[in-house]
Design a protein around this ligand. Structure first.
Ligand code: 13P
Ligand code: SF4
Length: 342
């Protein structure tokens, strides 16, 4: 006869399986295991669980794969993601599912946080097109002319400029600069768009900078789509050529397109930007139709991010994005000037 019974239950859950271990005293040390096997946890659920455990948030650009957009805490264009990264207080880790310059901006604007870029190779080719040497050379050729740089630049380039801009605010930023001439880089198409919008002289640096993905859009494809959907509204990104601009009803950043489509009475849209944005457009507007202006418009760099790589990045806390403080200090000023204005 015993006057007490001690029961110890250990519950372990993994991949939705529940494992029970019981130790019953005084009847001996007889653990038993009851396995209640459920559906194995999918990768998206694992990421969500891990990010909660690690106090992490996932910021994803509008061009990310649908399955990444669906688990992100926030989806946006470059300016929205920069703001979000700067204002983030609670998270310990920011996983930036996008390309190098966006994660770098987050690290510059919020040095307290650990910023992770899931894939080191996710580098925007346009950002590589403007070197510090090129900026210095242009400055010496045009002394006293302010330098406005698109955020699609590396931190070292940003550190050499007066103010940054994104595709959402480029014209407003150039208008706000007290000079009728500006040096602007690296996207020549955006520089020309800004020149048309502001009437200022916009000197592109380098002369030939471009986005390989947006260069794929051609007005001929829009004309073909228009014959099939004559009522369609055409939205294009300012990184597209002037020829695309001429056939567009609306020119704007990726999130500005999302807003425009949401608020528009139109039911059909032809979209001139990277295909990833169509996921968000369709999700936000289930009753509307969206057609990509060119089927092959994929940014391979943005698409290097996959669910598997986001998971590995979060699990191993790699790849940490850091910017040396002397560079970060100047780049931060240029980014903050932009964020204060618009
Ligand atoms: P948005 O800021 O419009 O999202 O554009 C970023 C980008 O890389 C466009 O190619
Ligand atoms: Fe860079 Fe173009 Fe890709 Fe945007 S779409 S990240 S500008 S290569």
């Amino acid at each position: 006869m015993v006057d007490f019974l001690f029961l110890c239950l250990r519950i372990k859950t993994e991949n939705s399986a529940v494992e029970l271990n019981a130790y019953i005293f005084p009847y001996g040390y007889k653990p038993f295991t009851l396995r209640v096997q459920g559906e194995p946890m999918n990768l998206a659920d694992k990421i969500v669980k891990l990010k909660n455990e690690k106090k992490a948030i996932i910021l994803a650009h509008n061009y990310q794969r649908p399955e990444i957009q669906d688990i992100a805490d926030y989806i946006g264009d470059s300016i929205e993601l920069s703001r979000k990264a700067m204002e983030e207080k609670d998270a310990r880790i920011i996983v930036f599912s996008a390309v190098d310059f966006m994660a770098e901006s987050a690290a510059i604007l919020n040095p307290e946080k650990k910023v992770l870029l899931p894939v080191l190779g996710a580098r925007c080719p346009m950002a590589q097109m403007l070197t510090v040497e090129e900026i210095k050379r242009s400055k010496s050729q045009h002394p006293h002319v302010p330098v406005v740089l698109y955020v699609n630049t590396l931190a070292a380039a940003k550190a050499e400029c007066d103010i940054c801009c994104t595709s959402a605010n480029a014209a407003e930023i150039v208008s706000s600069v007290h000079s009728n001439t500006v040096l602007f880089g690296p996207d020549r198409n955006l520089a020309e768009y800004v020149e048309r919008k502001t009437g200022k002289k916009v000197i592109p640096i380098p002369e030939w900078g471009f986005c390989p993905t947006h260069l794929l859009f051609q007005p001929e494809d829009v004309q073909i789509l228009k014959t099939q959907h004559p009522e369609a509204v055409v939205m294009v990104h300012p990184e597209c050529t002037f020829e695309m601009d001429k056939v567009a009803d609306f020119v704007g950043s990726t999130s500005q397109m999302c807003r425009y489509a949401r608020e528009s009475k139109a039911k059909t849209f032809i979209v001139g930007t990277e295909e990833g944005v169509l996921h968000r457009l369709k999700k936000d507007n289930p009753a509307k139709k969206f057609f990509l202006a060119y089927d092959g418009a994929v940014c391979p760099n943005m698409k290097l991010n996959t669910l598997e790589r986001v998971y590995a990045s979060l699990k191993e806390e790699k790849h940490v994005v850091t910017v040396p403080e002397p560079i970060a200090k100047n780049a931060r000023k240029a980014l903050e000037r932009m964020l204060e204005l618009k």
